[in-house]
Design a protein. Structure first.
Lengths: 302, 223
């Protein structure tokens, strides 16, 4: 692949848009949560201020090389998903670096960040980090199983592992979306989405009031700023992944923002309604309900 | 005096230097005080020399106050109403954090027992440089109703530097919000540099702390 300045520029611009949209979306969701609790909530620009403040903290301490690399791996996981994710599949400008096997790479990058975090927070030396990361990895492994089955089902259905091809196959009206043509994969995928977004029923890993606060216990200042940056990017690209897989992708930025908002809102909505699972409950849940839907989805298209 | 010196030694066997045999038979020496903690002295971090940037950063710091969730005395009962619907401090950028690493504001909520003071010092020293202390209640000013207790300290600012006091017994959450506003003013004016003050007067603070904490079984500085 030859070097293309034009494409690089649009990818970086897309990253900027995605980062800011992720921050705005997290603020919106926290405000919705506040309104549900009958509070007024944070100002809408709070995530930006928190980010500036964290990057501006003067002193930092380190526990070793992996402690530095943990947030870097996490951020490269988020940006890696972004790089191979077609944002606006209808346009040639916003395809980023998607190629014919991008779905496999995206699946890999989803786990890459978690593993980096595990190494980093393990070196942090805090026992809560170690407990948090073991919970996180065991939960994420079970999230991956129904998600992989859903993606396999779509790959069999459309005979491709390219997200652009999957989106193009869904064009021509909403009745062509995988949501209608492959409802079992959609159910399995969207239930797995609840876990990968990390909201209430499945947020034991990073909830501030469980063994505080899980993997990022020791992370502060710039380290935490990098993790927050990644969280903002990751929320949008995860939602964009499910949008591309099940809901027909996006043909313009307005459609992109609307669809990612609604997909993210789905996890927030469930989170507002349902209380938190313990880790063995959530593992058992993912291996029961979404897994069954995933297996049915694969069998139907075999 | 010599008795004091003995008491200042690290007596806890958990912190003693020892030989450990690893799972593959390798023998290595563990020195927890050196391995688990840092006993390096705190440093003074000068503010940014460009006023525009420092003012902007101070504004961001003042609008994003992350409070350490550590209730030291009876005043901490005022924190739950502060962050729940009735007073909703989230509106003003005040959020609770569960770990000292990620917090900037330490609310010393009321009387401070000597046993708690030890934990307060350790938590305070684990917080990162621009850090602020909000002292809640009259107990932190002069001991309050516990002024003659054998087990509590009277003046908090002998042990850690205090940015703003909220007087009263108990101060209501409104008073605490006023305290946060005062703290924000101080931060924006660049006057809340007590983390650096602590580093400059480190020996004085340490001497005061050791005078009152008799079982000092921790490193002198454990960030």
């Amino acid at each position: 692949m030859d070097f293309d300045l034009h494409r690089l520029g649009f990818t970086l611009l897309g990253l900027l848009i995605v980062l800011n949209w992720g921050l705005l979306m997290s603020a919106t969701m926290r405000k919705i949560g506040a309104r549900v609790a009958r509070r007024y909530g944070i100002p809408w620009h709070q995530p930006w201020i928190d980010l500036v403040k964290n990057y501006a903290i003067r002193s930092q301490i380190t526990h070793g090389v992996m402690f530095y690399l943990g947030p870097v791996f996490r951020l490269s996981g988020g940006i890696g998903i972004f790089l191979f994710m077609p944002m606006i599949a209808g346009s040639t400008l916003w395809l980023n670096y998607s190629f014919n096997g991008d779905l496999v790479v995206i699946m890999y990058f989803q786990f890459f960040g978690m593993l980096g975090m595990a190494l980093g927070s393990g070196e942090g030396g805090h026992p809560y980090s170690a407990i948090g990361i073991s919970r996180g990895l065991s939960q994420f492994t079970t999230i991956e199983v129904p998600l992989t089955l859903a993606i396999l089902s779509l790959a069999i259905q459309y005979h491709t592992l390219s997200l652009v091809d999957i989106v193009n196959a869904q064009q021509g009206g909403f009745q062509h979306w995988s949501m209608w043509t492959n409802p079992f994969a959609t159910i399995a995928g969207m239930l797995a989405a609840l876990g990968s977004m990390g909201h209430s029923p499945f947020n034991l890993v990073k909830a501030p009031n469980e063994i505080p606060i899980g993997p990022p216990t020791e992370y502060h200042a710039t380290f935490l700023g990098v993790l927050q940056t990644n969280a903002a990017i990751l929320h949008v690209v995860e939602a964009a992944l499910f949008m591309n897989l099940f809901f027909g992708g996006a043909t313009n930025w307005f459609e992109f923002i609307l669809k990612t908002f609604l997909i993210y809102f789905w996890s927030v909505f469930v989170g507002m309604v349902f209380p938190r699972f313990r880790i063995e409950q959530s593992v058992a849940w993912f291996l029961k309900i979404p897994l069954v839907f995933g297996i049915i989805a694969v069998i139907l298209f075999m | 005096m010599s008795e004091d010196k003995d008491l200042n030694k690290f007596e806890n066997p958990y912190y003693a230097k020892r030989e450990v045999t690893g799972p593959d038979g390798e023998v290595f020496i563990v020195d927890p005080i050196k391995d688990y903690f840092s006993d390096e002295r705190p440093r003074v971090y000068e503010p940014n020399s460009i006023p525009v940037i420092e003012n902007f950063l101070n504004w961001a710091r003042s609008e994003s106050l992350w409070v350490l969730g550590f209730g030291t005395g009876c005043g901490s009962i005022e924190i739950p109403p502060l962050i729940t619907p009735r007073f909703d401090a989230f509106r003003f950028g005040v959020q609770m954090r569960p770990t000292p690493r990620q917090s900037n504001v330490f609310i010393i909520s009321g009387y401070l027992a000597i046993k708690t003071l030890k934990r307060v010092i350790r938590s305070y020293e684990q917080m990162q440089n621009p850090k602020y202390v909000l002292a809640l209640g009259s107990c932190t000013v002069n001991g309050g109703m516990y002024f003659d207790s054998y087990n509590t300290i009277n003046r908090l600012d002998h042990y850690i530097p205090v940015d703003a006091y909220v007087a009263g017994c108990m101060p209501r959450p409104e008073a605490l919000l006023a305290g946060f506003n005062k703290l924000k003013e101080l931060i924006r004016e660049g006057k809340a540099e007590n983390a650096n003050e602590y580093a400059r007067n480190f020996d004085w603070y340490k001497a005061n702390q050791k005078k009152i904490i008799k079982d000092w079984n921790m490193p002198d500085y454990n960030w």
